[in-house]
Design a protein around this ligand. Structure first.
Ligand code: HEC
Length: 241
């Protein structure tokens, strides 16, 4: 496994722990992305990966948000330095008076955003989550996985998750069949477990900064089917996560 990959996995692990106990709002994704754009041409050793920038932004934001205070500081550090773990963590010890209020607002915001990514009532998925899907559906999903026009920030799913089978940016939770728990879906949207199509929507709305796909649309159906396929393959391989 490459050095870059190790770093990615460590960062993913750290995000997981962070998200488990804070109320993050991943607003700083945009900051991470524009940094990434300027670093894209550098070698992988000298520039942080898209995923690590995304995670460090999310981390700084999560800290600022959870502490109620120190938000400006954490954000500023995060933007200026890209890797703001140290600073963001050290700051914001202050227990602000408005903390309870901020927590309530965070919960309400979570419930709101959950609406966009949770299967709506009366919706029946048209892909299989516990078996094989049609080859043409999978091919369609695979093409979309590499399509950066799905996002508003120039990212494709593969920007963070890598090419299937080569550079896999997934957490250990991905070894379980859907539905299962994914830290980001739980902490950010308050969903204790997600179906494949819901997880696609979570990544559409959060890291891809886009509108959710239409429920029952070909795009959502094929991407979800493709993720089920990748998950099945992933579960059958050994991973050092
Ligand atoms: C900017 C980076 C980024 C982009 C772009 C992105 N994701 Fe994600 N994705 C993440 C992060 C971070 C997680 C959550 C890891 C965690 O909380 O365990 C995640 C989790 C997932 C998971 C759950 C894996 C598991 O553990 O079960 C799936 C499936 C997924 N993404 C699919 C997609 C798809 C499909 C797209 C494109 C529509 C996409 N992602 C785009 C960062 C990204």
């Amino acid at each position: 496994m490459s050095h870059d990959n190790d770093k990615r996995h460590r960062l993913l692990g750290r995000l997981d722990r962070q998200l488990a106990c804070t109320a993050p709002v991943l607003v700083l994704v945009a900051a991470g992305v524009s940094l990434q754009a300027t670093m894209e041409n550098e070698s992988s050793d000298s520039g942080p990966s898209t995923l690590s920038l995304f995670l460090s932004s999310a981390h700084a934001e999560a800290q600022g948000e959870a502490e109620g205070e120190a938000e400006g500081e954490a954000e500023a550090e995060g933007e200026a330095e890209g890797e703001a773990e140290g600073e963001a963590e050290g700051e914001g010890e202050a227990e602000g008076e408005g903390e309870g209020e901020a927590e309530g607002e965070a919960e309400a915001a979570k419930a709101d955003s959950r609406e966009a990514v949770k299967r709506p009532e009366g919706y029946t998925p048209v892909y299989s989550e516990d078996g094989a899907n049609d080859a043409s559906l999978l091919a369609q999903g695979e093409a979309l996985y590499y399509d950066d026009s799905l996002s508003s920030n120039g990212l494709a799913c593969a920007s963070c998750h890598g090419s299937d089978g080569e550079d896999v940016g997934y957490q250990a939770t991905f070894e379980q069949p859907f539905p299962h728990r994914v830290a980001m879906a739980d902490s950010r949207f308050g969903m204790p477990e997600v179906h494949a199509d819901e997880m696609v929507q979570v990544c559409m709305v959060a890291p891809m900064e886009a509108e959710p796909l239409g429920w029952g649309s070909e795009a959502l159906t094929s991407l979800a089917a493709y993720m089920v396929e990748v998950q099945r393959r992933f579960a059958g391989e050994s991973h050092d996560l």
